[in-house]
Design a protein around this ligand. Structure first.
Ligand SMILES: [Zn+2]
Length: 403
């Protein structure tokens, strides 16, 4: 049998299959090549080549919104300054370091939501060809933004409807996996205003049409409620940050809009970057009173949205200030449990099965026959205590053992 079809049997004591915790002791997963060939319950450790007693197996994690080229510096200004000054070779090296860190933490899929020029596509290709080690990476390339808008320093500039179509076609031609459209201002760009929108529904819908013609979709950056309305009506697939902000430190959830999101199958992609870890990592991000109040309002509106059944994924936005690759996803999940009132299982679904569905990756995020062999093995039972995710014992990415 050649190496590509090599079979390996992996034993773990417990299993979370991406949807639920299996109520059995002893699971045997047979991996052949890149996929799961069989799963058997009530198995014994001595039936496997790789046995992990007192450990749980779960699908490799998916971080649905990161920036591989960003430095995770101390402040927004530092991150931006670095991006503007760093030569492409440096950004490329950094992206590979970040990808490796994610892999070591059990993250086997990353969606890069914006980086400069051709760097993100190069990163994806070099990893795919095996010339660098990392998770599978999906990229938007340069985000579509206005000439002075949020992320303009790495953006594909489009100030009107015609330019939105032009930039969208160029990016799709360059081979991006999805389009990122910057609908509102953002925190990293002081000359933008997160309470204002940069695009109307027409521009958003145009980008969605271009993406859909290529079998792809749009992820929208949204930091205020009017931006949510335009993005929902424009037909984007994921609303990044999905903020219900209506004023300074003021958020107001809108159940009618949320119902439309649900009916249209759109996803809220919620950001668990460093400031959200306030109850998990003491002293993080130098939280001031203003930011604290904004977070209180933000989480209150998100709890309402989740109670109404809007589909969601959780992501780190790794690369932004004080949010490194790897460990941030675990901090983020622990923070989501405390701040959003989710159960550990709901948190785990948000970075496995739900994230896979949101990203259109039905080949992963669940453990089942024929699925990609992306596996994470940790000591303990993370559905009882999410911090068990810190105890990584083994990782397989596309059938290849990487940890
Ligand atoms: Zn981002």
């Amino acid at each position: 049998m050649n190496k590509a079809n090599k079979t390996v049997r992996i034993y773990a004591e417990w299993m979370f299959d991406g949807e639920a915790v299996q109520p059995v002791i002893g699971v045997l997963i047979e991996v052949q090549g890149k996929v799961i060939k069989a799963i058997r319950m009530n198995a014994r450790a001595d039936e496997a080549e790789e046995a992990f007693p007192n450990c749980a197996v779960l699908p490799g994690l998916i971080d649905g919104h990161v920036h591989l080229c960003f430095s995770a510096g101390n402040t927004h200004a530092e991150v931006v300054q670095d991006l503007i000054q760093a030569p492409p070779e440096q950004l490329l090296r950094r992206a590979f370091d970040h990808a490796k860190q994610a892999l070591l933490a059990g993250i086997t899929t990353l969606r890069d939501c914006g980086g400069p020029g051709s760097v993100p596509v190069m990163v994806r290709e070099l990893i795919r060809r095996g010339e660098a080690e990392g998770p599978e990476v999906l990229v938007s390339g340069a985000p579509i933004t206005t000439p002075r808008g949020h992320l303009h320093y790495i953006g594909a500039h489009a100030g009107n409807l015609v330019d939105v179509e032009r930039r969208a076609e160029e990016l799709l031609e360059a081979g991006v996996d999805f389009l990122k459209v910057i609908v509102t201002g953002g925190n990293m760009t002081p000359e933008s205003d997160r309470l204002s929108c940069q695009y109307g529904t027409e521009e958003i819908r145009k980008a969605v049409q271009c993406a859909e013609r290529a079998g792809k979709y749009v992820a929208a950056h949204v930091l205020n409620r009017e931006g949510v309305r335009r993005s929902v009506q424009g037909g984007v697939r994921t609303l990044e940050h999905c903020s219900w902000r209506t004023g300074v430190a003021h958020h107001k959830y809108d159940p009618q809009l949320a119902r439309q999101m649900r009916e249209q199958g759109q996803f809220a992609s919620l950001t668990m970057s460093a400031p959200t870890w306030r109850k998990v990592v003491p002293g993080v991000a130098g939280l001031d009173v203003h930011l604290f109040a904004d977070l209180d309002e933000r989480f209150a509106s998100e709890r309402e949205m989740l109670a109404d059944g809007v589909r969601f994924l959780l992501h780190t936005d790794a690369g932004v200030r004080q949010t490194p690759f790897g460990i941030s996803l675990i901090y983020g999940l622990r923070a989501a449990e405390l701040e959003l009132g989710l159960t550990p299982v709901e948190c785990l679904r948000a970075v496995t099965s739900n994230a896979a569905t949101a990203l259109g990756l039905e080949d992963r995020g669940r453990l089942g026959i024929g699925k990609r062999a992306d596996l994470l093995v940790v000591a303990g039972q993370p559905w009882q205590e999410l911090s068990a995710l810190h105890q990584v014992r083994a990782v397989w990415c596309g059938g290849r053992r990487v940890v």
